[in-house]
Design a binder for this molecule. Structure first.
Ligand code: FAD
Length: 398
């Protein structure tokens, strides 16, 4: 494993930094850096800027028009984007694209891939159900084959951005046999009759999540990916991509940088509480460095053709634990004024100031909502407990 970047990688980093300095709109950067909520249009704008430069799908192979970057280049790109304050890549793009590229029919690739490259279609993930989260294989949504269509009935839940989505990739039961051997992977048009989306408001007061009800929704058989009843293999393939994408080194570094900036002026005449915050910050900086080395080890294994295996679960646990510890530190650095949870503080139009509820900056008010928002990361993409089960089975052989 290489701990230091070589000349090629340093030049690549400089190229990405230059691209971001030139192309990332100041208004978008401000929103991201000040913890404002991004709208669909913000993501579309940034995604298309990336597409113009060939960067919209960092993991896309060259044969599909992607940059063909190796794992190290992807890590550098990811890190520089986070540090610069760019909006994150839409996670669903990184989930459905590898699936279509590997398992999709030619017609599906033809129809969807170029539209995803330009974010003309927004996708959501229809895996979880009220009784099937960690135990995904127990899902109950049924798809009954009638001629050229499946008729789908059931409920999906926690579906991120379903209210913005044009399409949903969805796991459905197509047989009554063994749970894992009776699931199929369907692509469902969110405008089809029988699809109803109902908001779920999360703990930070925001609407990202939804319930999706499917009542007699007709889905053409041509919208099934892979063979009937072979959806479990595809579902697992997609989840590995989801977890590897969650390494988040750049994000952790940006958040630590924020905490450092807030603490810096207080270090001239620090109170004991400030010194304790500084110690936490230093400890977390070391933890992020160690996490980064684990990421580099995984990348190095990848270069040698070894599969990520349980490493994806290890990275998921560690990065999300760090993100939660760092967002807690950020909140504490903001001081007592930040503890008040003002949902509207993350809306762009909202300004604190003279006559406002508290005489502190909008950014400081946003920290509590930001902290609450980050509690979710140890749940989605597979909970920490479930990742530990995977590690114990694959690494410890238990
Ligand atoms: C913000 C957010 C966004 C999400 N977005 C989506 C989305 O877009 N699409 C989608 O399909 N899903 C989405 N999810 C759902 C997510 O995948 C599930 O919440 C997750 O898989 C856990 O399932 P559950 O909520 O049903 O909890 P459960 O599976 O009911 O788990 C409850 C608790 O029991 C523990 N537990 C469960 N089984 C075991 C076990 N075998 N051993 C040890 N402990 C166990 C869990 O760790 C957890 O602490 C999202 C979730 C969140 C929070």
């Amino acid at each position: 494993m290489e701990l230091f970047e070589n000349a090629f990688e340093r030049a690549f980093r400089a190229e990405i930094r230059h691209f971001l300095a030139a192309e990332l709109p100041g208004s978008l950067k401000k929103k991201v850096m000040e913890f404002q909520r991004l709208e669909r249009a913000d993501f579309v704008l940034w995604h298309n800027t990336l597409a113009d430069h060939g960067f919209a799908g960092p993991a896309w192979p060259k044969e599909y028009g992607g940059p063909g970057w190796n794992a190290m280049q992807r890590k550098i790109f990811d890190e520089e984007c986070f540090l610069a304050g760019a909006p994150r890549l839409i996670p669903h793009v990184n989930m459905i694209c590898p699936v279509l590229q590997r398992y999709g029919s030619e017609a599906q690739k033809e129809r969807f891939l170029s539209r995803i490259w330009r974010l003309k279609d927004w996708w959501c993930q229809g895996y979880s159900e009220p009784g099937a989260g960690s135990d995904l294989a127990s899902l109950q949504t049924r798809a009954e084959r009638r001629g050229d269509v499946y008729v789908v009935n059931g409920q999906k839940t926690w579906t991120t951005w379903a209210h913005w989505a044009d399409w949903m990739f969805c796991l459905v039961r197509t047989d009554s046999g063994k749970p894992q051997a009776s699931i199929s992977f369907l692509l469902i048009d969110m405008k089809a009759p029988g699809v109803t989306v109902r908001p779920i408001i999360s703990t930070d007061g925001v609407h990202d999540l939804n319930d999706v009800f499917l009542d007699d929704v007709e889905v053409p058989v041509s919208m099934r990916v892979g063979e009937e009843n072979h959806g479990w293999t595809i579902a697992k393939y997609l989840l590995t991509h989801e977890r590897t994408d969650l390494a988040g080194v750049g994000l952790c570094k940006r958040f630590l940088h924020f905490a450092k900036q807030v603490l810096a002026p207080r270090m001239e005449a620090p109170e004991p509480a400030d010194l304790r915050l500084r110690d936490r910050l230093r400890e977390l900086e070391l933890d992020v460095k160690a996490h980064e080395w684990t990421v580099l080890r995984v990348i190095s294994a990848d270069d040698h053709g070894e599969s990520a295996g349980a490493a994806a679960s290890i990275l998921k646990i560690r990065s999300t634990e760090l993100q939660q510890a760092i967002t807690a530190l950020m909140l504490d650095c903001g001081g007592p004024q930040s503890l008040r949870h003002l949902r509207q503080a993350r809306e762009v139009a909202w300004e604190s100031g003279p006559g406002a509820v508290l005489p502190v900056s909008a950014m400081q008010h946003a920290l509590a909502a930001h902290y609450l928002d980050w509690r979710k990361v140890t749940i989605f993409g597979g909970t920490t407990e479930v990742q530990k089960n995977i590690i114990s089975k694959t690494v410890l052989g238990l």
